[in-house]
Write a protein that binds this ligand. Structure first.
Ligand SMILES: [Zn+2]
Length: 398
């Protein structure tokens, strides 16, 4: 699935109409959730049942009819996603919170499926044709939609962000551009001081511009919390600052994404196989330290792109559990305990390595321990790995 995003240009009334459509979508989503909470005690409620209650909802609340019927269904679908994710987490016994579905108060998007809109022939305008009154939106952006047939467009999403309104097109199109083999494989470890360290000892740092705008964001957030008055109505100055924070936040998240995409692409292009470490779930649930949660967030964006580019370019991408990757010696396997502040791995076998590099080698080893491990990968149908040179495997296993 490809996703293209455009900024929408329209009048103030049209933007208000988009807000209204988003509100209706949220209303339906919440009503479906209410129904699921109440009715599921007595009978089985699934997605189909949720869809069946929409016509009654429309009778009771006529304004809901303004939204296209398939968009109404998409809202019920969102409820169902939330419910089934909750069930899944319970079934899998995920540690920590299971994510019991919540009512939405601040939805920022509404989704159309295959009806309720029209895309102009030259693909420069999107017209929403239901009774919400959104009308014709000008699409601004560098993507070229005309390459894809209308039938491939499965969803259109209208999104409100801090700096305006956007239209997203989800296109059912799988890209595949196989790349020539490089004969290289690599393991990478989340860095504490750098963004990542690979098993060859290369470090990639967070770019300066990103650190700069993250600092700016922190400063703006501090100012915002100073202006917050508990239990009182918030001042104009507070709301102004809130808007400012939202805009910086948007900028930072875009920069973060750009960096993740570029870095992932480079890594995939220059290696036949990439092994990375999964995040520790404990960190994600418990860690309250802001800087850590930011780096966790960037890491999962980055690894998502690694998986994605790996699929497109026919590379082998694998994640491993984060057990003992930093404590074990990558040369002899001995456990060398060290606290977070110790940056160098020194083992009695004579191995002296940067802490993160040692971890990265261990991460790579979890998937490529020796030739037997390699056979296991062949069994999964990753024939590309045949191209990895013998000498490289010798180096890894020797
Ligand atoms: Zn050792």
């Amino acid at each position: 699935m490809l996703v293209f995003e455009f900024k929408c240009k329209a009048t103030k009334q049209q933007y208000q109409a988009i807000d209204e459509a988003i509100r209706i979508g949220q209303f339906i989503r919440n009503k479906c959730l209410r129904y699921w909470m109440d009715a599921s005690r007595e009978k089985k409620v699934n997605y189909a049942v949720l869809c069946q209650i929409i016509p009654d909802l429309c009778k009771e609340f006529p304004f809901a009819e303004k939204l296209n019927s398939m968009a109404r269904q998409a809202s019920a679908e969102r409820t169902w996603f939330a419910v089934s994710r909750f069930f899944d987490n319970c079934k899998k016994k995920v540690p920590g919170k299971k994510g019991y579905p919540k009512f939405k108060k601040h939805s920022r998007s509404v989704e159309y499926k295959t009806s309720g809109y029209k895309i102009s022939d030259e693909r420069k305008y999107l017209t929403i044709t239901d009774k919400t009154g959104i009308g014709k939106l000008k699409l601004i952006g560098s993507h070229n939609l005309s390459f894809y047939d209308n039938k491939l467009i499965k969803r259109v999403r209208l999104i409100r962000r801090a700096d305006g309104y956007y239209a997203q097109f989800c296109i059912d199109f799988s890209r595949e551009e196989l790349l020539p083999s490089t004969g290289k494989i690599v393991g990478i470890d989340v860095g504490i001081t750098s963004f990542y360290t690979d098993s060859n000892g290369n470090k990639v740092d967070n770019p300066k511009y990103l650190r700069k705008s993250e600092k700016r964001l922190k400063k703006a957030q501090r100012r915002l919390s100073k202006r917050f008055k508990k239990g009182k109505q918030q001042s104009k100055r507070y709301h102004k600052q809130r808007n400012k924070v939202a805009k910086i936040h948007l900028k930072v998240s875009r920069q973060r994404k750009d960096f993740a995409v570029k870095t992932a692409k480079t890594l995939i292009c220059s290696n036949d196989a990439v092994v990375y470490e999964e995040l520790k779930i404990k960190n994600m649930v418990k860690n309250r330290k802001l800087s850590k949660s930011i780096s966790d967030a960037s890491w999962s964006i980055f690894t998502n792109w690694l998986d994605y580019f790996g699929k497109i370019h026919g590379r082998y991408v694998e994640s491993v559990a984060p057990h003992f990757t930093s404590q074990n010696c990558s040369t002899c396997g001995e456990i060398v305990k060290k606290s977070l502040s110790v940056r160098t791995h020194i083992c009695s076998c004579g191995c002296v390595l940067d802490r993160d590099e040692n971890a990265a080698v261990n991460i790579l080893r979890k998937v490529f321990p020796n030739t037997a491990g390699q056979a296991g990968i062949y069994a999964q149908g990753q024939t590309d790995l045949c191209l990895i040179s013998e000498s490289l495997l010798d180096k890894l296993t020797g």
